[in-house]
Design a protein around this ligand. Structure first.
Ligand code: FAD
Length: 394
């Protein structure tokens, strides 16, 4: 149902504003309330420090204070960076500003120095570079030892990685070896009282949980591609490359890459990278009807996506699924056809620039995130939309 704010319990801490995943909450204060809040804040700032910290607390603070700086791991394959790494540098910059600390990138591979320049253009002030043939292909052991050695030497407070196959693997093993916390698939990251607030869906996406790692460092998070916006590249930005020796020799690595076979199967369409996505749900009624969406996609130069119901029904392949257990997308335009708008679907597409929903049920929750809503029968609306667009194109 509708969220309700109980005014008698609200203390104006604005925490809800910060954590609302849809950025839907605003808080306004009357001048009188503002005066009281300012007075309270001033009193808190000027208050004498609490009596002596107990020794345990003091030791903890000292341990945490040894860690400083925000790091982003730059994932690469054959010398090409995964875009999510640049998205994370954009977010990393905000976090570093909030902590008043430097933003750094970590580049690992074989002959990958060109990625350092790119990382600087996306905001990294320092780039730690480990460049050696042993790091040519991703192998858990070699990358884990290398990254752990870097962390132990330079002690960053935050490490961000893409929630890709590689990132999930590396983040997990590194967090385990360093005995620190890791939050996977974060959808929101911010700083509060010096700690990283890591927000992610929990309990099947029914609630948003904010996870804090306040006793260990570094604080590690993975974020899926397209969740954070892509920052602007600025070629004039400068930074420093710190070359580090690779602490692993080839004969210490158990896994050998003998051959790389590219997957020739699958539908070869990357919905996560598309600018226009036309998704169909259970309302499409049958596999054949997805032809309507293909036609519309063709006119728009887009691709066809699907809700989980449509995938489960076998109407679309799994790699087209949008949502919590599918892909997170951020296209310019997302058209949802016959999709009700379950929370698990919304978390995968709600950050699209424009959402257009076509549904015959005016109460469907998809309309709550839609920029434009069309209440009607999709079997009438979609063909006429396609015809109109075709006519416009001439
Ligand atoms: P429905 O909810 O059945 O909606 C069909 C809609 O079509 C209705 O709103 C109806 O009004 C409309 N409709 C019917 N006929 C017409 C017509 N002729 N014209 C116009 N409109 C019409 N779901 C995902 O999508 N992605 C995920 O990644 C995902 N992960 C999940 C993970 C977990 C742990 C769980 C528990 C669930 C997950 N789900 C996911 C499932 C999700 O909860 C919903 O069940 C699913 O999204 C519903 O799909 P739908 O909107 O296509 O179908």
């Amino acid at each position: 149902g509708e969220p309700v704010i109980d005014a008698s319990k609200c203390i104006g801490c604005v925490k809800c504003v910060k954590v609302c995943p849809a950025q839907a909450i605003e808080m306004a204060f009357t001048p009188e309330e503002k005066r009281i809040l300012d007075e309270l804040a001033a009193a808190a700032a000027g208050a004498p420090p609490e009596e002596e910290l107990d020794p345990e607390e003091a030791a903890l603070r000292e341990k945490l204070a040894a860690y400083r700086g925000v790091w982003v791991f730059i994932e690469q394959t054959e010398g090409e960076a995964a875009k999510v790494s640049w998205e994370l540098l954009g977010k990393g910059k905000e976090l570093a500003a909030a902590r008043n600390c430097p933003l750094s990138a970590v580049v690992m591979g074989d002959q990958v120095e060109h990625l350092c320049r790119q990382a600087m253009g996306y905001g990294a002030e320092t780039v730690y570079l480990m460049d050696a043939p042993v790091l040519r292909h991703y192998r858990t052991e070699a990358y884990q030892k290398s990254l752990c050695a870097l962390v132990e030497k330079y002690k960053p407070e935050v490490i961000l990685m893409g929630a890709t196959g590689l990132g999930r693997d590396l983040a997990g093993v590194v967090a385990t070896v360093l005995a620190t916390g890791l939050t996977a698939d974060c959808t929101g990251l911010s700083i509060d009282k010096g700690n990283l607030m890591q927000t992610r869906p929990a309990f099947g996406g029914n609630i948003m949980a904010t996870i804090v790692c306040d006793k260990f460092r570094p604080q590690m998070s993975t974020v899926r591609p397209h969740v954070m916006p892509m920052p602007e590249f600025d070629a004039s930005l400068k930074g420093e490359i710190v070359r580090e020796p690779v602490p692993v020799a080839e004969d210490e690595v158990q896994v050998k890459v003998l051959d790389i076979l590219m997957d020739k199967g699958g539908s070869k369409v990357d919905i996560a990278g598309a600018e226009f996505i036309i998704s169909g749900g259970r309302g499409m009624m049958a596999k054949e009807n997805f032809g309507l969406l293909e036609e519309l996609a063709e006119v728009l130069g887009g691709v066809v996506g699907a809700s989980r119901s449509a995938v489960d029904a076998g109407w679309m392949p799994q790699d087209r699924q949008v949502g919590q257990t599918g892909k997170t997308v951020r296209p310019k335009v997302y058209i949802a056809c016959g999709i009700s708008g379950a929370i698990q679907h919304l978390v995968g597409m709600q950050d699209s620039d424009v959402v257009i929903a076509i549904n015959r049920d005016p109460e469907a929750p998809i309309f709550e995130v839609a920029s434009y809503g069309i209440v009607g029968d999709l079997f009438q609306v979609i063909p006429s939309l396609t015809a109109k667009l075709k006519a416009l194109k001439g």
